[in-house]
Design a protein around this ligand. Structure first.
Ligand code: GLN
Length: 290
């Protein structure tokens, strides 16, 4: 199927895009609608209400280019420059991992723990290790108005994106960005450590992810566990007594990460929480001893 150069209706353009994206995307129609809305500068609802309208030539050209980039596996979020996470919109580009819905499970776990252990006016110190776009730190700052949050990242490029998001969500006074490896930039121990560290085995992941997203945010070494080992080794010194640690994990890593957590925190309670798809997603380490 081809698309004529200068004239197409919304219907025709969407049909062409769905056809072009069928083999590379699990959601070709949704991708096409989002990209066309972006090219037109319209909402998706407006696009769907106007399926018989002719697309202006410049928007059609933009749309065609976006669809071809998507066909080369580029994430939709990078193509439109934003991604929704935990009901908030984040600026994203290839300097940061695209926020994933399964990471919302980590936010749920952290918010539950914070509300259980801290009264609304108590100050709570949190650190988000490897913050990337800042989505975890910012979602926590928005939902826990009493929290002060350190957000670390090794990548100055990622921190530039996080800075934009912190400003956008008005939490610059409570989220402090720190550049450095894992826990090393933290100026003091905290009550709650959260992290979505790199945990994949690069050879095993989806080609689109591997081609376009930052390997620094994905590469967990030859067994996927390298960063958990380093993070858990340092975590006891980075937590206040009674504190907690919450780590996102890959769906097959619960047993291995739980064992590493028990080694680092022999007296703590360690448990696993599932995401909405029922897959193991977060290891929680609770009641950390002094
Ligand atoms: N969930 C991501 C993926 O499967 C990986 C994120 C990470 O390594 N922290 O692509």
């Amino acid at each position: 199927m081809t698309l004529r150069d200068s004239r197409a209706t919304i219907d025709q353009a969407l049909a062409w895009a769905v056809d072009t994206l069928r083999d590379i995307s699990e959601t070709p129609r949704l991708d096409a609608e989002i990209l066309l809305a972006h090219a037109l500068g319209w909402s998706r609802v407006r696009v769907l209400a106007g399926v018989r309208e002719t697309i202006p030539a410049d928007a059609l050209q933009t749309f065609r280019a976006l669809v071809l980039r998507r066909a080369a596996h580029e994430p939709v979020a990078y193509l439109i420059g934003r991604k929704e996470f935990y009901g908030l919109e984040f600026v994203v580009d290839r300097r940061v991992l695209v926020p994933r819905p399964e990471t919302e499970t980590l936010i749920d776990a952290a918010i539950e723990w914070a509300r259980l252990h801290f009264a609304p006016h108590d100050t709570l110190l949190i650190a988000d290790i490897g913050t990337g776009s800042g989505c975890i730190a910012i979602a926590l700052a928005v939902h826990l108005p009493n929290a002060l949050i350190y957000a670390t990242d090794l990548s100055p490029d990622a921190l530039a994106v996080a800075r934009q998001n912190i400003e956008r969500h008005g939490v610059t006074d409570r989220v402090t960005l720190l550049c450095g490896d894992l826990l090393t930039p933290l100026p003091q121990p905290v009550d709650l450590l959260v992290s979505n560290p790199p945990y994949t085995i690069l050879d095993e992941i989806d080609a689109g992810v591997r081609l376009h997203e930052p390997h620094l945010a994905l590469d967990g070494g030859s067994d996927g566990l390298a960063v958990y080992r380093r993070l858990l080794a340092g975590a006891p010194q980075a937590l206040r007594p009674g504190g907690a640690l919450m780590l996102e994990i890959g769906a097959t890593q619960a047993e291995a990460v739980t064992a590493l957590a028990r080694q680092a925190f022999p007296a703590a309670v360690v448990r696993v929480r599932c995401d909405l798809a029922g897959r193991d997603r977060v290891v929680e380490v609770l009641h950390v001893a002094s």
